[in-house]
Design a protein around this ligand. Structure first.
Ligand code: GLC
Length: 434
């Protein structure tokens, strides 16, 4: 009797394990194929993965997806366009992941999210895939790579690096300004030349891009918000000086009246429409403003490091990564796609068609990449990328960012002085650190 029971339990357990394996594999494939199985051979089953990211104005993503699908005929990539504003995009992912949704497989992640997403367990650690496929991480930009590490694991793969740059009209400006004061003088002098309406355009709306711009002014004048040991150090004469310069420019007569509604797309539009002498934006504006089909200033664009304050020139470090939803039903296929996009082939397509700064170091020696982006060769650009200033790295970064956004916006709107703004930020940031 005892023996029969044992045998029965054993057989039952074995059957359960088998059925669990086949049902997870089976339902996985079933949902993936939505009835479009070509045959019963599992290796030729077609899977559609969903890739969520913000709007791409360069067309590079589409090109990269086409190349991927050509190389992987059984994996289709469906793009889900997310809000372009990184804060809104972040909130949409948080809602989906908190609901354990599997509707998205791969997401683009801003450099400021990995710590939070890792702590919340939203994305899959990629170490196992990386090892299994022998991805050589030593070829990657180490700063970009480490921005996706948390608790000793790799939570995403870097896709491209961003650093704030100064774009200018070569047909108007001979030498780009070296300091913010020279920029102010040039913006006043050249506003109106060759059909322009504005001296400079940049991101002054209350959102994440405002934080990046504020970091650049503040760091350029020797200030800081939070130091690397997480101490709140915002209340300093240097931070005040940087913020005052930002306010002087944002409230000048050479920026659009509605500059506090400007994000990257408004900046891009004004510049490619020929309305602005200078624009502060990320590297992609090079590809977009030189695209003859949509830009009125193609061939007339120069690019330079951002002007210096008392402490030199500072660019905010930005950039994006790719992560896999922990609840994805297709982690293997999702990884194939991430590996392609962040590998040499995907990176090259994005650099050429999208002006994105690659995360694989050898691509900065690639002739085709350099022909498409001549400024990648320049020391000013390489220094901007190498020395770019990170925003505070913390799981509660969104809270810190909101505090900066609120008080810098009040400063630009004349509702707080810089002294009040830094004192309020200090108080609120300290409370948020507890
Ligand atoms: C760019 C940067 C990103 C930053 C965002 C702000 O997309 O890559 O890091 O947060 O701009 O708007």
């Amino acid at each position: 009797m005892k023996r029969i029971n044992f045998l029965f339990v054993f057989v039952l357990a074995f059957a359960l394990i088998l059925s669990a394996c086949s049902s997870s594999g089976g339902s996985d494939k079933g949902t993936a194929n939505k009835g479009n199985d070509k045959d019963s051979n599992s290796t030729s089953k077609e899977v559609t993965i969903v890739w969520a990211h913000g709007k791409d104005t360069t067309g590079a993503d589409q090109k990269a997806v086409e190349a991927f699908e050509k190389a992987h005929p059984n994996i289709h990539v469906k793009v889900q366009e997310m809000p372009n504003d990184t804060g809104q995009q972040h909130d949409a992912y948080v809602t989906a992941f908190n609901a354990k949704s599997s509707s998205i497989d791969v997401i683009n992640m801003d450099v400021i999210w990995p710590a939070e997403f890792a702590q919340a367990g939203y994305t899959l650690p990629l170490d196992r895939f990386i090892q299994q496929d022998n991805v050589d991480l030593s070829q990657y930009n180490q700063g970009a790579l480490s921005a996706a590490q948390f608790n000793g694991k790799q939570w995403a793969m870097p896709l491209y690096v961003d650093a704030g740059l100064l774009f200018y009209r070569k047909d108007i400006v001979k030498e780009p300004p070296k300091t913010w004061d020279e920029l102010i003088a040039d913006a006043k002098k050249y506003q109106g030349k060759n059909g322009t309406k504005y001296g400079i355009v940049f991101q002054a709306k209350q959102y994440e891009g405002l934080v990046c711009n504020a970091v650049e002014y503040v760091t350029g004048y020797g200030g800081k918000f939070i130091d690397k040991d997480n101490n709140v150090v915002v209340n300093s004469p240097e931070t005040i000086k940087g913020l005052n310069k930002m306010k002087e420019i944002a409230t000048s007569k050479f920026v659009p009246d509605n500059i506090t509604t400007f994000t990257e797309p408004e900046t891009e539009t004004a510049f490619i429409e020929g309305q602005a002498v200078f624009a502060r934006n990320w590297p992609y504006l090079w590809a977009s403003s030189n695209d003859k089909e949509k830009s009125k200033v193609a061939g007339k664009v120069g690019v330079a490091p951002l002007p210096s304050g008392d402490n030199g020139s500072a660019s905010a470090l930005g950039g994006w990564m790719m992560g896999i939803n922990k609840y994805s039903k297709h982690p293997k296929e999702a990884w194939e796609f991430v590996k392609f996009m962040t590998g040499p082939e995907g990176e090259k397509i994005q650099a050429i068609a999208g002006g994105r700064a690659p995360v694989i170091n050898s691509l900065y020696q690639d002739e085709e990449v350099l022909n498409a982006n001549p400024f990648f060769k320049e020391k000013g650009f390489q220094d901007a990328i190498a020395n770019a200033t990170s925003r505070p790295v913390a799981p509660n970064y969104q809270e810190i960012s909101n505090i900066i956004q609120i008080h810098v916006s009040k400063l630009l709107a004349g509702q707080e002085s810089s002294e009040q703004a830094v004192a309020n930020m200090e108080k609120e940031m300290k409370a948020a650190q507890k």
